[in-house]
Design a protein around this ligand. Structure first.
Ligand code: UD2
Ligand code: MN
Length: 599
């Protein structure tokens, strides 16, 4: 990192406002130099919780929180929704570029900054638990490749903010040779100048997450290793229950409950208590708890055994990690290593558990935003290694299940086979009957796409209110264009029906999940760009908010219907003699004035 490079760095963060050049355009908070702390520009709930010294000798000063103050932002849901507002063309660029490079809403992530308060979403039994003070110290290993800086640094700060200092040996930030703009340089300088417990390191060439983690683990000094993805936020007392299980027994490998940080809104959603499984295509899946476990009243706050883990977030005794053979270094980039480690733990005498009192949020994306340098499908190669080392005869089910050709080369596995022998590991048959008796032999289920999905959320359709959506300027009402109940139908403005069918076709139900539902199953949704417009359409309700979540809000007294996932508002647009509903940057003009006339 040299000064020249650093001076060009431009980093979109609420904390990059400098005293000399206040911009304050995109930020929900801006600096008030008299009071020496950040105040909200238009959003409330900002609290300064710690003030440090003003130590401004940084080279990459763009990344500095200029007064070294620790600011905790408290957002309620409606405030969070408003953070996605696109106000300028630059906002739109940050958003679009963010989705392209990171597959989540970087505009909101940047505006949130590096610290935010999270609701303590643990079970009440967990909240009253008292943990021993004689727990081992942990090294937290976070490897990243081209991660959005605001998400990465929020991960780091959430660990620093919510981990008792005496339990944290260090945080190892392993940069897997990121090549996005000046990212590596920015992060390295920020760490150097601000975070003394964090060690930044960078692999000489891109290694993939498996070897990048091994690289980090090899330099770790804590007695326990904790791995986290680079877009997480840990919650209250997250580490103590994990460490407690490890001192109970050093062969316990423990996983927190992985809550969902919504990729479009950054909202934290509680995950249900589920365990890890897999299908015969060797893709990870979430399973319901076995019935006998589910009925146990203690399950919500006691560790529960899990056949596999999702892979990104877990803690393990450091010496046990090495004893058990680290990771399979023959695996590339992404995929499969989570099942490999899970099988290895169980078959070789360890135990894998989910610890319900530990909660960590993770941004679940709909796609992985990075490639693998022409290595093709690393998941297939990695899974072939898993099957051939650990699954004995059962590997035939994997081979049968895959739709792709399986004659690809998966490299030399002799080391891993020798490891299995040396550790006297049990058979896959033993694993299936003792650890995963719920597993059934393959049926015709398809192979899932290669992303790890969040645990399923139950559909809540509780209706808050119902009524017509009126465009207040024209006095017209929103309804489907063609057949009222047609999926994919566009939406138009029509005279508001006063009674009967005409009116019925215009009655929208607003739910607790912020959906607007017509005819029980069809939701107001956003169609991506078509001929320059984003059209509103009726789509089947999916229950996961995003393009189907709607927030009523006001701008200069005008009532707008806002979609946080796109950062845009509903708009009446004349086209071919009809008035269609489209989306655009929210403005206090007449095209965007809508209200719900509650019935
Ligand atoms: C899940 C896991 C992930 C990993 C993966 C299977 C969770 C929450 N996440 O997928 O940790 O086990 O399944 O392999 O359980 N990265 C690198 N170098 C690369 C590619 C990725 O360092 O070449 C980093 C990346 O920046 C991130 C981590 O590895 O911090 C995991 O990657 P991901 O977030 O794309 O994986 P995810 O959550 O889809
Ligand atoms: Mn991830």
């Amino acid at each position: 990192c040299n000064d020249e490079v650093n001076s060009k760095v431009s980093f979109q963060s609420p904390l990059n406002v400098t005293v000399d050049q206040p911009t304050g355009i995109r930020s929900p908070v801006e600096q008030n130099s008299n009071r020496q702390h950040f105040i909200p520009r238009k959003y409330p709930f900002v609290k300064v919780i710690q003030k440090g010294t003003n130590n401004d000798n940084s080279e990459c000063h763009d990344l500095k929180d200029q007064h070294n103050e620790k600011v905790e932002l408290h957002y309620d849901i409606s405030t969070l929704n408003l953070l996605g507002f696109i106000e300028t063309p630059e906002d739109q660029i940050i958003r679009d570029e963010g989705y392209r490079s990171h597959a989540f809403n970087v505009l909101i992530s940047d505006r949130l900054g590096y610290h935010r308060a999270l609701p303590d979403n643990r079970h009440p039994n967990c909240q009253s638990k008292i943990y021993s003070t004689k727990l081992p110290r942990a090294s937290v290993i976070i490897c990243f490749y081209n991660e959005a800086p605001s998400a990465l640094l929020r991960t780091v700060h959430s660990v620093l903010d919510r981990t008792p200092a005496f339990l944290l040996q260090e945080i190892l930030l392993v940069d897997d040779n990121s090549d996005l703009d000046n990212l590596s340089c920015q992060i390295e300088a920020y760490v150097k100048n601000n975070l003394h417990k964090v060690r930044y390191m960078r692999t000489a060439t891109r290694q993939g997450l498996i070897r990048a983690r091994m690289y980090g683990a090899n330099q770790a000094e804590g007695e326990v290793l904790v791995f986290l993805d680079s877009h997480c936020e840990v919650n209250t007392d997250w580490l103590q229950p994990l460490l407690t299980r490890i001192i109970d027994n050093r062969v316990n490998v423990v996983v927190p409950v992985i809550d969902i940080i919504n990729a479009d809104t950054m909202e934290l959603q509680n995950s249900p208590l589920v365990v890890g499984g897999f299908n015969w295509g060797l893709h990870f899946r979430w399973d319901q708890l076995p019935v006998h476990v589910r009925d146990n009243p203690d399950v919500a706050s006691n560790p529960v055994k899990s056949p596999t883990m999702a892979g990104g977030l877990f803690a393990m005794d450091r010496s046990y990690y090495f004893e058990l053979g680290e990771y399979d270094s023959g695996m590339d980039i992404w995929g499969g290593e989570n099942l490999e480690l899970s099988f290895r733990i169980w078959q070789c005498g360890g135990r894998l558990e989910i610890v319900p009192c530990s909660h960590v949020g993770h941004i679940f994306r709909k796609r992985r935003p990075y490639g693998s340098y022409g290595e093709g499908d690393t998941m297939l190669k990695n899974s072939l290694r898993v099957a051939n080392v650990w699954m004995d005869d059962y590997k035939k089910y994997f081979y049968k299940q895959r739709q792709q050709p399986t004659d690809v080369s998966y490299g030399d596995i002799s080391d891993r086979v020798a490891l299995r022998k040396r550790l006297h590991c049990k058979s896959f048959e033993w694993y299936l009957s003792n650890v995963y008796p719920e597993q059934v032999l393959p049926n015709s289920e398809g192979v899932a796409p290669a992303v790890i999905h969040p645990p399923e959320k139950r559909l809540k359709t509780k209706v808050l209110r119902k009524g017509q959506i009126v465009h207040t300027t024209s006095g017209l009402c929103v309804q489907g264009e063609k057949d009222i109940y047609a999926k994919r139908s566009m939406l138009i403005l029509q005279h508001c029906g006063q009674a009967g069918k005409e009116k019925k076709y215009q009655i929208w139900h607003e739910t607790v999940d912020s959906e607007l539902i017509l005819a029980s199953v069809l939701c107001l949704d956003v169609e991506s760009k078509e001929q320059g417009h984003s059209f509103a359409r009726l789509m089947k309700c999916h229950g996961s908010k995003g393009s189907q979540a709607w927030v009523w809000t006001k701008k200069s007294g005008v009532s707008l219907l806002y979609n946080p996932a796109t950062g845009k508002c509903l708009k009446a647009t004349n086209k071919s003699k009809r008035i269609y509903l489209t989306f655009d940057i929210c403005q206090d003009n007449t095209d965007m004035a809508f209200e719900m006339s509650v019935q």
